[in-house]
Design a protein around this ligand. Structure first.
Ligand code: NAI
Ligand code: 2YC
Ligand code: MG
Length: 274
């Protein structure tokens, strides 16, 4: 999996605040109210422990601090354990933590010690970035169309979210095996009697998209031919899949932030139901 770098997290605090404002403008909901509505849960003064983990490539500079900023920015009680790994887990539990955030190179999870609910970053990230597009006002029913670029561990939960909302989805992935699997109707959760439809994106068909989702580790994955003035790109992908030039030329609004939005989605996924 593509690992974050300290550089990716350098402007994370500004990005989280700016994206919170942008999402509010696009959907009428702040990020925490959006997440509360997605999962029908609410925070209740939970104590959140962030445990640095040394496994694999080890601790990533700014990672734990970025999680703490996210927790505190949205008014929650959090702390970073002094100890790492198992000693950190012991410290978290004996300090009365209700929820634990911890990540190795393969998984970043939120775990609710009381309810035993667990959430996975890639699933929650795909869900929340897709929900942002789904909750934007749609001029008319016909406009429930979206372009999804990247059908991996983040893009697949996003695809499933769009299907849940009945979207017609044009999909692309550089991995033709994965692309054909999805277009062929497998490799994802298809909601019962889904009215959503999936088709392979054809850059020569001249289709323009008001709503675009991207989750790849590559740059320049969003082609000019799919853009219209004012398109909204919702992308957890790092680096950004749209060039600055095209963003300015088409006045594209971009929801993109390296860690906090996905983390907030994880926390609301493990909070108790309202
Ligand atoms: P993944 O490896 O499971 O999926 C990536 C998909 O993109 C693959 O199917 C791959 O074939 C496709 N792809 C790669 N290059 C492409 C290209 N040039 N054009 C089209 N498709 C291409 O990775 P995952 O876990 O889904 O993560 C995707 C991105 O999201 C990564 O950059 C990761 O760092 C980022 N991420 C960001 C988070 C956030 O909160 N902002 C949270 C989790 C992941
Ligand atoms: O600092 C630490 O505790 C490290 N063990 C954290 C490792 C995180 C590795 N995962 C990632 O960089 C990506 C992020 C985009 C979020 C999910 N996976
Ligand atoms: Mg994020």
């Amino acid at each position: 999996m593509a690992l974050l770098t300290p550089d990716d997290l350098q402007n994370m605090t500004d990005a989280l605040v700016e994206n919170d404002n942008l999402v509010c403008t696009l959907t009428g909901l702040s990020l925490d109210r959006l997440c509360a509505d997605i999962y029908k849960t609410e925070k209740k003064n939970e104590k959140i422990a962030i445990i640095p983990v040394t496994a694999g490539c080890g601790i990533i500079g700014r990672f734990s601090e970025s999680l703490l900023f996210t927790v505190q920015h949205f008014g929650m009680d959090g702390f970073i354990t002094k100890n790492t790994d198992i000693a950190g887990f012991y410290e978290a539990v004996t300090s009365g933590a209700d929820i634990i955030l911890m990540a190795d190179d393969l998984a970043f999870v939120a775990y609710n010690l009381k309810s035993q609910k667990i959430a996975h970053n890639q699933i929650c990230t795909g869900r929340v970035y897709a929900e942002i597009l789904c909750r934007m006002p749609t001029p008319d029913a016909a406009a429930k169309e979206v372009l999804v670029i990247g059908l991996g561990k983040v893009g697949t939960p996003a695809l499933e979210t769009f299907l849940d909302y009945g979207y017609s989805i044009s999909v692309f992935d550089a991995d033709s095996r994965r692309l054909n699997e999805v277009v062929g109707g497998s490799g994802y959760r298809c909601p019962p009697n889904s009215s959503g439809k999936i088709k392979k994106y054809d850059p020569n068909a001249g289709c323009k998209f008001d709503k675009i989702f991207e989750a790849t580790p590559a740059a320049d994955t969003v082609p000019e031919c799919c853009l219209t003035n004012g398109s909204v790109l919702s992308t957890p992908g790092i680096p950004c899949g749209l060039s600055k030039t095209l963003q300015e030329k088409y006045n594209v609004k971009i929801v993109q932030e390296p860690l906090g939005i996905g983390t907030l989605s994880m926390l609301y996924a493990v909070f108790d139901k309202k």
